[in-house]
Design a binder for this molecule. Structure first.
Ligand code: FES
Length: 124
């Protein structure tokens, strides 16, 4: 699932320098956990829910990143289910639930993640 660009609320997630090259971090947004990934070679950013839908583990930010046929992906560290970072679909089992993906933009070294205004909330 992805969110429409007409309903996006951009929140400041972190500094770009906080995210390891070719790795991920977990960002909290209210009660939500979002996995943020940086693919250094192509200078591309991706964000998904941190919750793996397979066994409901908050783990995807610690997953192994890579590409399959030039499509960026993350493999959950628990049972290696693999998900597209473009649209969140499960690449290893089509019957498996897909991930919510979020748009990312970087401005002046700061990383912003777009969330649906419906889920926008005050971060304390
Ligand atoms: S919990 Fe992620 S693959 Fe099983």
């Amino acid at each position: 699932m992805s969110i429409s660009s007409t309903t996006i609320h951009w929140f400041l997630a972190c500094k770009a320098s906080d995210v390891p090259h070719n790795g991920g971090v977990c960002v909290k947004y209210g009660e939500e956990q979002i996995a943020l990934f940086y693919f250094a070679r192509k200078n591309q950013w991706y964000a998904t829910q941190n919750l793996c839908p397979h066994r409901k583990q908050m783990a995807l930010s610690r997953g192994m990143t890579g590409t399959v046929k030039d499509e960026p992906k993350v493999a959950c560290p628990f049972h290696k289910k693999t998900f597209s970072l473009l649209d969140g679909r499960c690449l290893s089992d089509e019957a498996e639930c897909s991930l919510t993906v979020y748009p990312v933009r970087v401005t002046d070294g700061l990383v912003y993640i777009g969330v649906s205004e419906d889920t926008a909330m005050v971060v304390v």
